[in-house]
Design a binder for this molecule. Structure first.
Ligand code: HSE
Length: 410
């Protein structure tokens, strides 16, 4: 019998208890033992809940109960989640979490603690909601050297972009619908400013490259500056604008990593990923490209990934060595932002073609209906971020730069 404590009874927490209850029989068969939720920790009262006798407000009750084998942390945020998770691991309990902020900030440390205590720290639900991606990366793709990862990692922003592009829905309305559907973070600026996607690419990159990538090391842009004009030019380009978290192994041995809105060709497997769906493309040196696709947010998809981790944690008697990365102590393996090279889409006004080509060389021009006479939109050749900033500054001397979005080849 594995007794479980669930910390947090919000969207994911209540979904987790619901799935554990609904699928109890089949889950127990898979786990090879009974699974019982003994406690639910939440500071709020739930007098009408069918589980009301399980609620506690004091974490120490859980920590000091030697019957609790697995702690599920679905509170979110760093504190008190980190303190509870660390204490649970140190007390010899396995931990399952959906908390990407926690894993992105403290993953290496918590994995080390889990290894020292010979228990497990699992976080399948932290990236891609219900999409299996963590376990495939360290198990199914373990024969591959991971060359790159690119993902639509945030359901809220993908939902907003889809509504804006397909239905012409205003940004604010699309965001508030995503909030009502339970996709968005408590503070939705983490979604729209790219922070949530940043945490997720940090987790994937840490796992793929074996060294902890901290969110502060990743240049991150959200979708707030994407305009309807950019969307129109992207259609003419032959693709879609997506918020992409990406990490790429470079020839110099370093890793380029970034979160940014990007023009993605319609031929890319990521281009047709819409609404709340996420997709993660993994480029292996042996298998080539594989894409993982599914619902990236929401109560039950995320709960599904949490519960699957609970089943595996219940079955294991010792630390699972393959899910591991370390913190080498510096972030020198990450390529400097200024040196990262890719093509850019640029939109300018008050600049003629001769000036554009004098600065950028040969470019590909894009068109849209009813564009002002003095507007130019074009795709640059591959340039470093430093060069691109210098060149756009040159264009700004005689005109105005109205848009600058990277063009990614995934
Ligand atoms: N706010 C997140 C998203 C939830 O929209 O993808 C899932 O991590």
């Amino acid at each position: 019998m594995a007794k479980i404590a669930v910390l947090g009874h919000g969207v994911v927490g209540s979904g987790t208890v619901e799935v554990l209850n609904k699928s109890k029989q089949s889950l127990e068969k898979k786990a090879g033992q009974e699974l019982e939720v003994k406690y639910i920790l939440d500071l709020r009262d739930f007098p009408d809940s069918p589980y009301k006798e399980k609620f506690v407000k004091d974490f120490d009750i859980i920590l000091n109960d030697s019957e609790i084998k697995i702690v599920v942390e679905v509170i979110g945020g760093l504190h008190p989640a980190y303190d509870y998770v660390k204490a649970a691991l140190l007390a010899g309990k396995s931990v399952v979490t959906s908390n990407k902020e926690l894993v992105a900030a403290k993953g290496a440390e918590l994995l080390k603690t889990a290894r020292e205590k010979n228990v497990n720290f699992f976080f399948e639900a932290s990236v891609g909601g219900g999409i299996p991606i963590i376990r495939p990366l360290y198990q199914c793709l373990s024969a591959d050297k991971i060359m790159g990862i690119a993902g639509i990692l945030n359901g809220t922003t993908n939902y907003i972009l889809t509504k804006m592009i397909r239905d012409g829905m205003p940004f604010d309305e699309a965001l508030s619908t995503a909030q009502k559907l339970g996709y968005a973070e408590r503070d939705p600026s983490a979604d729209i400013e790219g922070t949530d996607a940043c945490r997720k690419i940090c987790i994937l990159a840490s796992l793929a490259f074996g060294d902890h990538v901290y969110p502060d090391s990743v240049h991150t842009e959200g979708i707030t500056s994407v305009t309807p004009e950019d969307v129109e030019y992207c259609e003419n380009f032959g693709g879609s604008i997506k918020l992409i978290g990406w990490a790429q192994r470079l020839d110099n041995g370093k890793v380029a990593i970034m979160v940014c809105p990007a023009f993605i060709s319609e031929e890319s497997q990521l281009a047709g990923v819409n609404d709340v769906f996420n997709a993660i493309l993994v480029r292996g040196d042996t298998t080539g490209d594989v894409v993982f696709y599914g619902k990236g947010a929401g109560k039950l998809p995320t709960a599904s990934a949490v519960v699957a981790d609970v089943v595996i944690a219940a079955k294991l008697d010792s630390f699972s060595n393959t899910l591991y990365w370390e913190d080498s102590g510096d972030q020198e393996f990450i390529e400097k932002y200024d040196n990262i090279v890719c093509a850019h889409y640029i939109r300018v006004s008050g600049v003629d073609r001769a000036q554009v080509e004098k600065v950028f060389g040969k470019v590909r021009y894009l068109a849209r209906a009813n564009a002002p006479e003095d507007e130019r939109a074009f795709i640059t050749p591959p340039v470093s971020e430093k060069e691109c900033a210098e060149k756009t500054a040159q264009l700004s001397e005689g005109g105005r730069v109205l848009g600058n979005i990277r063009v990614l080849d995934y």
